[in-house]
Design a protein around this ligand. Structure first.
Ligand code: NAD
Length: 299
């Protein structure tokens, strides 16, 4: 029997409605709304489009969004000065610096400069540490948080299950493993984290009750690598040349959707799976940050 397809697009729409209501409630209580600042350095077209998308999504739910466009030539100290200003700005509750940054800027220094309470990407070492020890005050990176939300809202609780994560980046794989292992909602799994140097990847993926793939390797996961009845979450977003498309490319995941859907019990599509959930979680983290920073904003 073919797998149930989990629509991240539909789920994200529901979450955005909930966030809109949350923002309205905050406005009613305090007269204030959450403020998100996105900082874009340079003119990299994909980064420009991501930032635009994030700001549009924020405005749609009533979050005040401010896009700060800075020159590619900006010095590290000048950029740190901007972040300091946003940290101190009472109307801004969430600060996001779009990556990648130009080579002459130390990414680590910049991410550490964002106040942990406003760090809605969850990349600050304080938040990484809090997440790792299961501190509920942690800001959690949006993509792995979106995967947990997607599982739980689909009635799939990782508790006691064997979850296998393919990929160990700081943005997706590593925090994904930490969340699945944590003792919090959406955690309590037995976790394997595989990566490029893992021997015999298939022997690990075949053990998964829940398989989360974040490798950036198009079509990496084939049907024979998936245990019948497993849940398969495809985080990969890969551009594949396709002259038949107007843009000359199409977007595909790390999982061979057509064959794996015949084996899995649940599967996420690309696009329309984890991607929309990531943006919804950014909005959710922004509302959460604002609630923590605005006195009397939650009951
Ligand atoms: P990354 O390149 O930083 O990390 C990839 C990880 O996968 C590495 O740990 C590497 O060891 C592992 N890996 C790569 N090829 C492998 C292979 N053949 N076998 C086993 N492991 C392998 O990438 P990232 O930032 O973690 O992103 C991963 C994918 O997820 C990319 O396609 C990216 O575009 C996508 N992504 C999607 C979202 C979303 O919102 N859906 C968000 C972030 C990233």
């Amino acid at each position: 029997m073919a797998a149930e397809i989990i629509s991240g697009t539909d789920m994200a729409r529901t979450i955005r409605t909930e966030i809109t209501e949350g923002v309205q409630e905050m406005k009613g209580r305090t007269g204030r709304v959450p403020g998100l600042a996105t900082v874009l350095v340079g003119a990299d077209p994909p980064s420009q489009s991501y930032v635009r998308m994030k700001n549009r999504a924020a405005s749609e739910v009533g979050i005040e969004s401010r896009q700060i466009d800075l020159s590619e030539e900006i010095t590290e100290d000048e950029l740190l000065g901007w972040i300091e200003g946003l940290n101190a700005d009472p109307d801004i509750h969430a600060v996001l610096v779009q990556l990648p940054l130009p080579d002459h800027i130390d990414k680590g220094r910049v991410l550490e400069a964002i106040h942990p309470a406003k760090d809605v990407d969850g990349f600050h070492p304080v938040n990484v540490g809090r997440m790792t020890v299961g501190d509920p005050a942690a800001m959690i990176p949006c993509t792995p948080l979106g995967v947990i939300e997607l599982l739980m809202r689909s009635g799939i609780d990782p508790r006691g299950q064997h979850a296998v994560v393919v990929g160990r980046s700081n943005i997706v794989g590593r925090p994904m493993g930490a969340l699945l292992l944590s003792e919090q909602r959406g955690g309590d799994a037995t976790v394997t984290v595989a990566h490029l140097l893992t021997k015999d990847l298939a022997s690990h993926t075949r053990m998964a009750d829940i398989l989360v793939v974040a490798a950036g390797a198009p079509g990496l996961i084939t049907a024979d690598m998936v245990r019948p009845g497993a849940v398969v979450i495809d985080v990969g977003i890969n551009r594949i040349e396709d002259p038949s498309r107007e843009k000359g490319y199409r977007i595909t995941g790390d999982v061979r959707f057509d064959e794996v859907k015949e084996v899995a019990s649940h599967i996420t599509p690309v696009p329309g799976g984890v991607g929309p959930m990531t943006i919804a979680m950014l909005l959710s983290n922004t509302l959460r940050a604002a609630r923590a920073l605005i006195p009397g904003s939650s009951g």
